[in-house]
Design a protein around this ligand. Structure first.
Ligand code: GDP
Ligand code: MN
Length: 377
């Protein structure tokens, strides 16, 4: 009804009373892959989200390989709709669509049909492999479900019908904290296809053959790509830098593109999700390097925590503007900061040795603040 539309326009002034702007605003969704027993942590994160996101009226899509408990659905919906204390609850109920989807078991766990998936794999041998990797301290090396998760985040989630109507997603994970104000989609630049906040080094023993496999990709163009500098190691190797995907904003048109899927299907066919323990983060990073330009990737300089790492804007101006409550690096220790590439920034707390933001700043970003001019900030 027009009363609701008036409410919406009053609450979201940047829409300029324009229905097309509203439709565009509704092309964004928060995407959460999650298990029922993570309810406690996701409620904390949602509570934090509605307090920190400037206009928290985006849709939510929850996905699970098992059926969601009715109690999980009731409580997460409640936290999204009833705890909005910056805006109106009535508006939230009209504007926010929350969906809960089941992931088809054949899609989630391809080892169910192992011969069809990859005839060169053998389940008994894989299980022995995983036991050995567990002994060798490969992170999640013994886990089949974690591997399914990594594969699903790499090449599965954007094919789920519940995401069909959306153009961009922000990934949310249980237990995450946002410690500054931000807005996942209003801050996105026009041509951004991928956005991240933390970048760091991957554990070597999860991806022993990944980079060599990538270099054999028939359509490989990584060396021509400007973004290659972000992952370039010595001796034609991988420096192990990757975007930390537990926070990421993704253009679904991008991940649905032929170029993105060709690379993912190629890597999937090599079996590394199961033979090794390839994570979705290094795979996403290779796809970014292979298929995007520097100006299609955006760094979100926000306060963010996901166990065991956190980041905090290094600039006092940014922290003030975003009303951050995170601790930046102690100025007393400024001499320990390798900041010649980014004089205005402290290395985010907890990341000083293995942050890859320094690699990102080589492209020139990080020295200025990209934040849209909201009237209420
Ligand atoms: P970590 O952050 O790498 O330690 O891995 P997480 O346990 O946080 O998993 C990443 C995301 O996938 C989180 O949002 C989890 O809730 C989700 N996830 C992991 N494993 C499973 C699973 O077996 N089933 C479902 N439904 N979600 C999972
Ligand atoms: Mn996580």
């Amino acid at each position: 009804s027009s009363t609701i539309l008036n409410d919406i326009y009053a609450e979201l002034p940047f829409l300029n009373n324009n229905i097309d702007n509203l439709k565009k605003y509704k092309e964004n969704a928060i995407y959460i892959l999650i298990r029922n027993y993570e309810l406690d942590d996701i409620c904390e994160t949602i509570l934090n989200y509605v307090n920190r996101v400037v206009y928290p009226y985006y849709d939510f899509v929850f996905l699970n390989d098992k059926a969601f408990d009715p109690y999980f659905i009731e409580k997460t919906s409640h936290y999204i709709l009833n705890r909005i204390n910056k805006g109106s609850e009535r508006l939230a109920k009209q504007l926010i669509r929350i969906s809960y989807g089941l992931i088809n078991n054949d899609i989630w766990d391809p080892l169910q049909n192992i011969d069809e998936y990859n005839p060169s794999l053998n389940l008994t041998r894989l299980k022995e492999n995983w036991e050995q990797q567990e002994k060798d301290n490969v992170l999640y090396g013994g886990s089949r479900s974690y591997r399914n998760m990594c594969r699903y985040q790499s090449l599965g989630f954007y094919k789920h019908p519940l995401l069909n109507d959306y153009k961009y997603t922000m990934r949310m994970e249980p237990g995450v904290k946002y410690t500054c104000d931000f807005d996942p989609f209003l801050e996105l630049r026009e041509n951004t296809k991928y956005a991240f906040t933390i970048a760091l080094l991957e554990y070597e023993n999860t991806i022993p053959t990944l980079f060599d496999t990538y270099k054999e990709y028939p359509f490989l163009k990584y060396k021509q790509a400007e973004l290659f500098k972000f992952i370039q190691g010595s001796d034609d190797g991988y420096n192990r830098c990757h975007f930390w995907t537990n926070f990421e904003i993704i253009s679904l048109d991008w991940v649905r593109s032929v170029e993105y899927n060709n690379l993912m299907d190629y890597l999937d066919q090599k079996g590394g999700f199961y033979l090794e323990r390839w994570g979705d983060a290094p795979l996403r990073t290779l796809a970014v390097v292979e298929t995007l330009n520097v100006n299609e990737v955006q760094w979100y300089d926000i306060g963010y925590f996901h166990n065991p790492f956190s980041s905090c804007p290094g600039s006092y101006e940014v922290r003030k503007l975003r009303k951050c409550c995170c601790d930046a690096w102690d100025p007393e220790n400024m001499d320990k900061i390798p900041n010649e590439d980014a004089p205005n920034y402290n290395v985010p707390l907890g990341l000083q040795d293995f942050s890859c933001l320094k690699e990102w700043w080589k492209f020139g970003e990080g020295k200025h603040f990209l934040f849209k001019d909201y009237d209420n900030l």
